[in-house]
Design a protein around this ligand. Structure first.
Ligand code: T4K
Length: 418
């Protein structure tokens, strides 16, 4: 496996500090194998010099926000990547989702997965639209179209599909349901920059799609979101709505918000896009290293990406079947945390269990058996340019040792909990 150079100086601090094959674990009293924590979502920094030179230009021009030249350039680049006529930059994906939802006139009830980041549902509830939580297909982790159909009521106005981990939803089936039932379909594509479905880039499906450029995403603009759509009229409405509804200097024609992206964010976004091909190649190599390192471990399954499509591999997701593996997901997360690996339980619990949804819809979980099962199994591991393949080897070594010493681990955790 080729050794991958890191572009993140913080990564050198995360080199293993101890022997990689010692038959012990930090949870059981050994020194952790990583001195500095390994995060899920450590940003890809990209070419600092290029970013700084863009920042200098922003300062020289004294044009800091309000649809500046870098924002327009960033929009052009994302539209190209997504294969759409329009890309509208926003300050983050949550506000972008809110604005699209309002621009489409969604109201009443909208069907969403519960297996997602809470922002998908919050963007609806924030405007008093009821998210109706739908179960997912355990094979894809995405909305199960059969379950969607069952949840449609006279109050339903739309469906928001989420391309979880960048793996596309069952787009055609969802579109067919939306068309037949007279519903709007949009996608939360926060994870799916540069991914494709049937060879067509994510970005042009449904009425609109929303990407996130948060620091933790494969490409980042510190904070940022982008709406893509081929619908010119909708795009124009979105542009106005992100700027308070101003259609001219003194004319406001819609209820709007402030969803604008700043120039410095766009400069970072452009710098990130410049490095995108390197980032995704690096992520693909990390995924392959995990695949090799975790192979053969009982009850442990690394989710795969369809290699006939474009992927960004920004999430390394493992399902731990606690009825087969010697340790369950939560035990394994504890073992890894002790070693300095901050594995995340994305997405646990299901959004329907979070507030206010747990109180508003206490019985929502009754129709979400797959979501519950999945949210108790998934674990997301560190990747990105802060990681080297030697880190992955060390991390996988920890998992092997933990499985070998599962009885001691369980005994230790039980004593701790007592
Ligand atoms: N839809 C979906 C499906 C989403 O996944 C998200 C966001 C959205 C919509 C909304 O997009 P935005 O409005 O954010 O554009 C993180 C991210 O904050 C969130 O953007 C992301 N999804 C979600 C999956 O993960 P947290 O609260 O779990 O993690 P956070 O932000 O504390 O960071 C994770 C780790 O990354 C930390 O351990 C430290 C490290 N980190 C983080 C930041 C911000 C760094 O090393 N440097 C940094 O600058 O939500």
């Amino acid at each position: 496996m080729p050794s991958q150079p890191s572009t993140d100086p913080a990564a050198s601090a995360a080199r293993p500090s101890g022997p990689t094959h010692a038959p012990y674990l930090a949870l059981l009293g050994a020194p952790p194998v990583f001195e500095a924590p390994l995060h899920v979502g450590r940003p890809n920094i990209g070419d600092r010099a290029r970013f700084m030179s863009r920042v200098e230009k922003i300062l020289d021009s004294a044009w800091l926000t309000n649809n500046g030249p870098y924002v327009r350039d960033f929009e052009r680049r994302v539209a190209e990547l997504a294969g759409t006529r329009n890309a509208i930059a926003m300050c983050n994906a949550t506000i972008a989702l809110e604005i699209v939802i309002r621009a489409l006139g969604l109201k009443g009830e909208v069907i969403v997965p519960s297996f997602t980041f809470v922002a998908t549902a919050h963007a609806l509830q924030w405007q008093e639209i009821k998210p109706i939580f739908c179960d997912v297909d355990p094979a894809t982790h995405n909305l199960d179209p059969r379950r969607v159909e069952e949840l449609i009521t006279p109050e339903t106005t739309g469906i928001i599909g989420v391309h979880v981990w960048g793996r596309p939803c069952a787009i055609e089936q969802l579109q067919e349901i939306a068309d037949r039932r007279g519903l709007q379909l949009m996608f939360d594509a926060a994870h799916a920059l540069g991914c494709s479905h049937g060879g067509r880039p994510i970005g042009s499906f449904g009425r609109a799609e929303v990407f996130s450029f948060h620091a933790t995403k494969v490409c980042n603009s510190f904070e940022g979101g982008m709406v893509t759509t081929d619908d010119d009229e909708l795009a124009e409405k979105l542009r106005l709505m992100r700027n308070f509804g101003f259609a001219g200097k003194d004319s406001v024609i819609y209820l709007g918000s402030n969803g604008k992206m700043s120039e410095v964010s766009a400069a970072m976004g452009l710098t990130s896009l410049d490095g995108f091909e390197d980032f995704r190649a690096h992520n693909a190599a990390m995924h392959a290293a995990y695949s090799e390192g975790l192979a053969g471990l009982p009850g442990l399954q690394l989710i795969e990406y369809d290699e006939t499509e474009s992927n960004n591999h920004q999430y390394v997701v493992v399902e731990v079947d606690g009825s087969v593996a010697p340790l369950n997901r939560d035990e394994l997360v504890r073992v890894l945390e002790a070693e300095g690996v901050l594995a995340r339980r994305y997405f646990y619990p299901g959004v329907h269990e979070m507030e206010p949804y747990g109180s508003y819809q206490p019985t929502a979980g009754l129709v979400l058996p797959q979501t519950r099962c999945l949210s108790e199994r998934v674990m997301t591991l560190p990747t990105g340019t802060a990681m080297h393949d030697s880190d992955v080897t060390t991390l996988c070594g920890v998992v092997h040792r933990a499985f070998d010493h599962a009885a001691e681990v369980r005994e230790h955790l039980a004593a701790e909990g007592a």
